[in-house]
Design a protein around this ligand. Sequence first.
Ligand code: GDG
Length: 483
Amino acid sequence: SEADPIFDTTYDMVVVSNRLPVDYVGGDGADTRWKVSPGGLVTALEPVMRANEGAWVGWAGVADREFDPFEHDGISIVPVPLSEDELEEYYEGFSNDTLWPLYHDVIAPPSFHREWWDAYVRVNRRFAETAARVAAPGAVVWVQDYQLQLVPRMLRESRPDLVIGFFNHIPFPAYGIYSQLPWRRQVIDGLLGADVIGFQRAADAGNFSRAVRRLFGYKTRGTVLEVPGADGEMRHVVARHFPISIDAAAFEELARTPEVQQRAREIRRSLGDPEVVMLGVDRLDYTKGIRHRMKAFGELLRDERLSVQQATLVQVASPSRERVETYRQLRDEIELMVGRLNGDHAALGHPAITYLHHGYPRQEMAALYLAADVMLVTALRDGMNLVAKEYVASRYDDDGVLLLSEFTGASDELRQAVLVNPHDIEGLKDAMVEAVNMPPRERARRMRALRRRVIENDVANWSATFLETLTGVGKIPGGVSDA
Ligand code: GDG
C-alpha cells in the first residue's frame, strides 16, 4: 500500500476521534464496504472537513483489521487499528469502565486497573502518531473526547508546529472525585498539550481549571491557564465551555415530511390512542436515569394520579456497551422493572410502558418525537444530552413539553423546560403530572423559547466558535494576548 498516494498526502485540518465517521460493514480489498455512522459529530464536522479538505483519524469499529486510508464522500479517512485485547482494555476497560463512571460523578463505581491504563497510553500513542503523520506543517488538529486525552501532549511533543484543540463531550468532575484517578496527573498533563480545551458547561471548565491548580499549581486567569512550555516560556492554554448542539434545521425538515407525520399518527394509534404519550430515548446507560423515570411513572399509576388509558410511556433504550458488566446488570434491572410495571398496571390494548431495546433510523426517531406529548430526559449526569435538543428542534408545531434534568449540560441553555432533580422521586412525579396537565398556551410559550435557543445555537455554530477560538489562539505566538 506504499504506492497508495493518500498515504503521502498531508492535511491542513485533522480530526481525531475514537470512532471514524464511517463503520466497516464487511467485505475485503476492493469489495470493502463502509456505512456512514449516524452520529452528531459527523454532521457537525462534515461541512468543515469538506471546506478544508480535512482528514479524519479514528477506529473503524472492528478489531484485528487494518485498512489503508481512503476517501469517503469528500473526506479522507485514516483508520487506526485496534486489537481485540486493546478493545477490551483501552475501550471497554479504561474508557468505559474507568473514565466514564468517574467523570459521571461515580454513579457506578469506576474500576482502576494498571493494565487498562497501559493499554490506554499505548493506544493514545498510536492515534497521536497517525495524526502526526497526516498533519501538514502548521495544521489544525482537533482531538475529540475522553478516550484520547493523552493525544494533545503526545502531538505537541512530536509536532510543536501544530495548532491543537481538544473537546470533551462528557462532564469533567469536581476535584474531590477526579482526584481518585491514580493517573490524575498524567491525564491533565496530556490535555494541557492542547491550545484550547473545550467543555460542555462552564462548570466543567471550572472543575478542570481547579484540578490544574491543585495538581500542578499553575496560574489560571478566567479561562486562560499559564502552562510552562518546553523552552521554559509560558504557553497560554484556553479552557472554556463550548456547548455542543445539533443540526436543528435538518431535524425540523425531517419532522415536516408527510411520511414522518403519518408515522407519528400511526405510533399514537398503535399505543391505544392515549391522551398523553410520554417518551424516553437513551442509550441504555446508567447515567441516563431510566430507572428513576420508570419508578416515578409506576408510582403515579399505582397512586392513580395517572391511568394507562390516559398516559403511556415509550422507552427506547438503544443497545450500548453490552460487553461491560455494569451495562448487562442495568439491562436486567430495567427489563425486570418493565415486566413488573406492565404486569401490575397494563390493560389489554393499553400498555403502561412500551420498552424497545433497539436502535432506530432517524426518521423513526423524528416520528417518535412528534408523537410524544411529554419528553422525559432524567439523566443523573450528562455532558449535554442531544436528545433534548432533537425533541425541541422537531417540534415545529410549538407543542410538546420537555421535562429536563438539571444534571444535563442542556439544562444550562434550555431554561424553559420543566427542570427536575431526578433523584427526588416525589418532585419528579409532580413534574410529570405538571407536564401532563400543562395548558396548551403555556406549552406553546415554553416551546417557542426553547426552539429559539436550539435554532440559534446549532452545531455549525458550535464547531465554528471552537475553531475560531483555536485558530485565533494559534496564530498569536504564545497564545491569546493579555489585552
Ligand atoms: C455523549 C454525551 C453529549 C440514540 N438512540 C438512537 C439514536 N440515538 C442518538 C440520539 C442522539 C445521540 O444518539 C445520543 O446523544 P446524547 O447527547 O443524548 O447522549 P450520548 O450518546 O451519551 O452522547 C452527551 C454527546 O456525547 C455529544 O457531545 O451530548 O452528554 O454523553 O443524537 O438521537 N439515533 C438513532 N437511533 C437510535 O436508536 N438514529
